[in-house]
Each structure stands twice: as C-alpha cells, then as structure tokens.
Design a protein around this ligand. Structure first.
Ligand code: CMP
Length: 141
C-alpha cells in the first residue's frame, strides 16, 4: 500500500551540494516528496530524534555530526515507501552499501552516511510527526 517515510539528507550531503541528486533518486524511483525543509538541528532536537540510540557508544559522535551543519528533512510518499527508501539508501555503513545506492555513491563513513530513513512504518509515523505538522504534508496528484 501507499506509505510515507521520513528522509534526512545529513550535513555531509548538504555540504557536498548533492541534495538535488538525492532528491532525484527518490523521484526516479517513483517516490513523491510531500513535505520538505532545511534546518540546522539543535542538540536537543538531535537527541530527541535519535532517543532510541541514547547510551550506544556512537551516540555522542552521532549528535555532534547531526548538529554540525544544516540538514534537509523530507517526507516521501509512495507504494512501500519505507522499504523502497531503505533500498535506495543502501546499508548504514557505506563500505557495505550496494553499488548504485545513495550511500555507496555519496557517503564517506558510518557517521557521515549521507542520509537517514525511517526503518519501519511505526518509526516513520513518529519521525514525520517529529518534524512536520499534518497541515505541512501536501496532497500530491
Ligand atoms: P541513521 O540511519 O541516521 O541512524 C543512526 C545513525 O547512527 C546511523 O544512521 C549512522 O550514521 C550512525 N551510526 C554510527 N555508528 C553506528 C553503528 N555502529 N550502528 C548503527 N548506526 C551507527
């Protein structure tokens, strides 16, 4: 069925000036961007968004990195959007990401890995609500 998922172009992707190329991957795969904005996350926002990882050894570096520069956050809509976006992104560690995926093509390391995507429909609902009010999600035709 039609799903929505939250995508983030991380500070490394914005800094490399490849957000358009990343949006293009979504569009070529048939996903529609139904909400989008650029912002610089505060530490409080980054810690809240990644609360499930609090206590993991990589958490401090993750928060440092995600607050190091602006990000874009976007909501993608389409058939099986959660899995489709994860397939487009490739593995979390770009060294393990399949050729042709966003992370294989644009990411440098497991921290600077270009994009985030929701890992389930439940996460997607929470993550979309974290950044967008329902009135900011646009009907697409
Ligand atoms: P993301 O999908 O944004 O979710 C959490 C992020 O933590 C992940 O992408 C990686 O960029 C980062 N990270 C760093 N080390 C690890 C690790 N060992 N396992 C999972 N995520 C990690």
């Amino acid at each position: 069925g039609v799903q929505r998922t939250l995508s983030i172009a991380k500070p490394d992707a914005v800094s490399k000036n490849v957000i358009g190329e990343i949006y293009s991957r979504f569009e070529k795969a048939g996903l529609r961007i139904v909400a989008a904005k650029m912002l610089r996350l505060s530490r409080e926002q980054a810690e809240g968004f990644y609360a499930e990882h609090k206590g993991r050894p990589f958490f401090p570096a993750l928060i440092d990195f995600m607050t190091s520069g602006p990000v874009t956050v976007q909501v993608l809509e389409g058939e099986g959007a959660v899995l489709q976006n994860r397939e487009l992104m490739g593995a979390t560690n770009p060294k393990e990401a399949a050729p042709g995926t966003i992370r294989a093509d644009f990411a440098e390391s497991i921290d600077a890995n270009a994009v985030h995507g929701s890992d389930s429909e439940e996460s997607a609902a929470r993550e979309i609500a974290f950044f967008f009010s329902t009135s900011e999600l646009c009907e697409r035709v």
